[in-house]
Design a protein around this ligand. Structure first.
Ligand SMILES: *Cc1c(COP(=O)(O)O)cnc(C)c1O
Length: 352
């Protein structure tokens, strides 16, 4: 018998077509560094062998980088893959998983696939409503996911807000801090997720190589948390699902972190430049901790997206809530800003 089908909600990332600017998937606009490409090429000569299913070298490199014992680290096929392992490990019929909505589209998909019940708590002012989320926890809640910064709105939860929330969560309920965009955050008040894990066994941090490290195409993510929980999560992995090429590239990326983070710096500078320009054009855009910006356009979303699409600039639409635009290279961002300026002008004219 088939389980209740979860179904995918998302459309293709980009329409097929000729020249296009892809600002729709929060990817890094930068190609692989030479040292990472070299690691990939060298690993490619061994694809006749199964990969290391214990991810030994990568777990060691991550543990060293983040100052945690190796038993606190689980690796998977993208952070979506790791989240699926977590849900597999703790899901049981009747279990509830609480997360904010709107947030990352993989949450409803993966919770649905696991057979657990999703409990979606609406954002307030584009931000996590942690009071409502704490109130949504019942004795059936096995996990809460906090997307920080939140995709697609870019908003962040502060250290004080998060600590207050964690103090209210029962210790048998896992809190997963999805920090996919951590490297792009510059806010001093941003919580130290890894530090919070240390004192609290029911807190885990989820990270990815897909965004700041520019490896979305290779699928590597990881979880840091309590060793008992990590052991259960590791046990839920699909055998050999992180390829030898992906593992080698992730190790090489950690070794090239300085170079990669200087790219992050330039993306952050572009993010701030694009947001200032949008504000000056009259748009409302919440401050973002990620490599993307959120424009809450409401009913105007569809026509705005159509105009972008027609100009070959692909952004991501979310129903009639708004659009998310990823930060690309300066000339790509300028192409988006030109479209935004034209739309702002048109809006002013029709309001007159
Ligand atoms: C992009 C993103 C991820 C990364 O997913 P991968 O499976 O690692 O590519 C995770 N969480 C959020 C909120 C994201 O936006």
């Amino acid at each position: 018998m088939l389980k209740r089908s979860a179904g995918r909600r998302t459309a293709p990332l980009v329409a097929s077509g000729a020249r296009s600017t892809r600002l729709s998937a929060n990817e890094s606009p930068f190609g692989p560094l030479p040292s990472v490409l070299e690691a990939i090429q060298s690993a490619a000569s061994e694809i006749n062998r199964y990969p290391d299913d214990e991810h030994t070298a990568l777990v060691a490199a991550l543990a060293a980088r983040f100052g945690v014992p190796q038993a606190h680290v689980a690796v998977g096929s993208g952070s979506a893959g790791v989240l699926q392992m977590v849900l597999e490990a703790l899901g049981e019929p009747g279990a509830e998983v609480v997360y904010a909505w709107r947030s990352f589209g993989a949450y409803p998909l993966l919770v649905g696939l696991s057979g657990a019940t999703a409990v979606e708590v609406p954002l307030g002012d584009d931000k996590h409503d942690l009071i409502a989320m704490a109130n949504a926890i019942t004795d059936k809640t096995r996990a809460v996911i906090i997307c920080n910064p939140n995709n697609p709105t870019g908003t962040t939860v502060s250290r004080a807000e998060l600590e207050r929330f964690l103090n209210e969560v029962p210790t048998d309920c896992l809190v997963i801090l999805d920090e996919a965009y951590r490297e792009y955050v510059q806010d001093e008040d941003f919580p130290d997720g890894l530090g919070l894990c240390r004192g609290r066994p029911n807190v885990a941090v989820l990270r990815t190589f897909s965004k700041a490290y520019g490896m979305a195409g290779l699928r590597v993510g990881f979880l840091v948390g309590d060793p008992d929980m990590v052991a259960a999560v590791r046990a839920a992995r699909l055998p050999f699902s992180v390829t030898n090429i992906a593992q080698a590239a992730a190790v090489a990326s950690l070794a090239a972190e300085d170079e990669l983070l200087s790219r992050v710096e330039s993306t952050v500078a572009e993010r701030d430049r694009v947001r200032s320009a949008l504000l000056a054009q009259g748009w409302s855009v919440p401050p973002s901790g990620g490599n993307f910006l959120w424009l809450p356009l409401g009913e105007a979303t569809a026509s705005y997206v159509a105009a972008c699409q027609a100009a070959g600039v692909h952004v991501r639409a979310f129903g009639s809530d708004g659009i998310r635009v990823s930060i690309g290279l300066p000339e790509e961002n300028d192409a988006f800003l030109d479209l935004a300026a034209a739309a702002a002008e048109q809006k002013m004219r029709s309001a007159r």
